[in-house]
Design a protein around this ligand. Structure first.
Ligand code: ZN
Length: 165
């Protein structure tokens, strides 16, 4: 996914307010907001990273950053085992990648509450095997709400809450 896939979109004040109102938490258990580093604008393989990498030991629970239903479990070459979740208003998609495995029983259609475990930190896809981390992204969805197409938003300023331990 890239900005070009959804050209012309902008995040208006309404969207910003909506996203803030989700009170998103850091989607890796035990990681404090103060430990995050903003890697959104890092250069990666000729493009921008457009996501946050959150390092944690393999097997650390990955939790839902906010409320909303799972729309897709997808195994991709780059992302490995991934989850796409829409917020309750279906304006934004939350994307979780490089999972070691999914939480038991997770499926497309599952309703998640903020803090629910959806998987575990790993290195599937193109993550270095010695550097397990969660790749977390937020996309503003287009009017057709395609899980695979959206405008990337820097999650860093929105992850203010700590996940439940
Ligand atoms: Zn990443």
């Amino acid at each position: 996914m890239s900005a070009a896939a959804f050209a012309g979109a902008t995040l208006d004040a309404n969207d910003v307010a909506w996203l803030k109102a989700q009170h998103l938490i850091v989607p890796v258990r035990g990681v404090m907001p103060s430990q995050l580093r903003d890697t959104f604008n890092d250069r990666r393989g000729g493009g921008l990273h457009e996501a946050l990498d959150i390092a944690a030991p393999r097997g650390t629970p990955v939790v839902a950053a906010g409320h909303g239903r799972v729309v897709k479990l997808f195994d991709s070459k780059a992302g490995g085992l991934t989850v796409y979740q829409f917020d309750p208003g279906e304006r934004f998609a939350y994307y979780y990648a490089h999972l070691d495995r999914y939480a038991d029983g997770l499926r497309a259609g599952s309703s998640l509450a903020k803090g629910d475990v959806l998987g575990y930190v790993g290195t599937t896809g193109n993550a270095p095997p010695n550097a397990p981390h969660l790749h977390f992204a937020i996309f503003r969805l287009g009017p057709e709400r395609r899980w695979w197409q959206g405008m990337p938003i820097d999650p860093y300023p929105y992850l203010r809450g700590r996940s439940p331990s």
